[in-house]
Write a protein that binds this ligand. Structure first.
Ligand code: GLA
Length: 387
């Protein structure tokens, strides 16, 4: 892999003198969806698939970007001076956004760079290819300039760039999971305090299977921002009657006591999801620690139902994948993962059931949706590295 990527770099940029190879993972969230911007808990993990980047600092201000995933676009050139998002949003807005964000935080990126990327995260799958590129870029910049930032800072800078440069109001989960990833562990993060702990994922006799709907997110970003503001309004309404800072501060019982303060039935559903999903995540991690994987799986299933009925971010593709998965003997739990509106699901499947799972779910999906889903057995990997 290393040799191939360096070779490609020299084909594209003339030579590979002084170029280094880096990697940042993708992520999958096991439970705790749409809680990270509501002061709740999340439980994601980094994957062994992700984004490879070959980078070299330049003496001038020029930026030259090339992605092996979008070869048709060729080399895209710009400058580190006056960075602003391209209107025709292409992938270079992610590395540019991070360079801009470092500058905003007082760490000026003075020189240009040549950057070649290759990602093996399935396109548009909702496994955070964009956050992977953001954390990768931050990791490269730290190595190039010696900026005094931790991996946690890289996550925050990545999120800042996505919010302010790319206009997506995402929470911290994706960048955090990627920057802080640890092999065979998921990360139990309290987004209200940023306290976190690693929890080993020992799935004896079972694996994590990602089912990719191949439905692109489309309008996902605007719907995402809409959900966010629905929750903000519900929070403001609740704050009229109870002293809380976030929806994550409420238990289920407290929510039931105060929910009549929310003036709109749709917002009640949105807030109910945020509150119950947060509590579910706390219970799920406790179950995992107690080695009760069956309970963990049941909570994953409940999470999907809540995302489908209360948060309404699933859609027929994700619902079909999950509802068909539930029918397969040997499936411990299955739910949509990530923002929703397309993308993929995550399931815990017993080893002996994996082939049957792919076959049964795959067939039913094709029949109902009219195009095929893809299946990946994934492994939990580390955060960003210099290779
Ligand atoms: C996207 C966002 C995350 C999180 C999830 C939903 O992946 O980037 O911050 O909100 O959706 O849980």
């Amino acid at each position: 892999m290393k040799e191939q990527l360096l070779k490609k770099f020299s084909e594209v940029f003339g030579d590979a003198e002084g170029a280094k190879l880096y990697f940042a993972p993708g992520r999958v969230n096991l439970i705790g969806e749409h809680t990270d911007y509501n002061g709740g808990h999340v439980f994601p993990c980094a994957l062994t698939i992700g984004t490879y980047g070959v980078a070299r600092k330049r003496q001038d201000q020029k930026l030259r970007f090339y992605s092996m995933n979008f070869e048709k676009l060729g080399v895209l050139e710009s400058s580190v001076e006056g960075l602003k998002p391209e209107k025709e949003a292409d992938w270079t807005n992610y590395p540019k956004g991070v360079m801009w964000a470092f500058g905003e935080k007082g760490m000026k990126v003075t020189n240009g760079m040549d950057l070649l990327l290759f990602g093996n995260i399935p396109n548009g799958s909702g496994l955070s290819s964009s956050a992977s590129v953001e954390v990768l870029t931050g990791f490269i910049l730290r190595d190039m300039y010696g900026f005094d930032v931790t991996n946690q800072d890289l996550a925050l800078i990545g999120q800042y760039s996505e919010n302010k440069f790319n206009g997506v109001n995402c929470g911290i989960m994706d960048q955090f999971a990627i920057a802080m990833g640890k092999k065979d562990n998921a990360i139990f993060l309290d987004t209200a305090t940023m306290e976190f702990e690693y929890a080993p994922i020992r799935l004896e006799g079972a694996k994590l299977v990602i089912s990719c709907s191949n439905k692109k997110r489309g309008l996902g970003d605007s719907k995402y921002n809409e959900r966010r503001s629905e929750c903000e309004t519900a929070l403001a309404e609740l704050q009229q009657v109870v002293g809380i800072n976030t929806l994550g501060d409420l238990t289920e019982e407290q929510f039931e006591t105060y929910k009549s303060a929310i003036q709109d039935p749709v917002r009640v559903k949105r807030a109910r999801h945020a509150v119950y999903e947060n509590q579910r995540t706390i219970h799920a991690v406790a179950a995992l620690k107690a080695n009760d994987i069956e309970k963990f799986g049941r909570l994953m299933n409940e999470s999907h139902v809540s995302l489908r009925d209360d948060y309404e971010v699933t859609g027929i593709e994700l619902d079909t994948l999950v509802e068909e998965a539930w029918k397969v003997d040997g499936v411990i739990g299955s739910r949509m993962t990530g923002a929703g509106f397309g993308g993929c699901t995550v399931s815990i499947v017993k080893d002996e059931a994996i082939d049957r799972f792919k076959e049964q779910v795959g067939e039913a999906y094709l029949k109902k949706i009219g195009y095929a889903a893809d299946f990946y057995v994934v492994e939990i990997g580390d955060g960003p590295v210099l290779l």
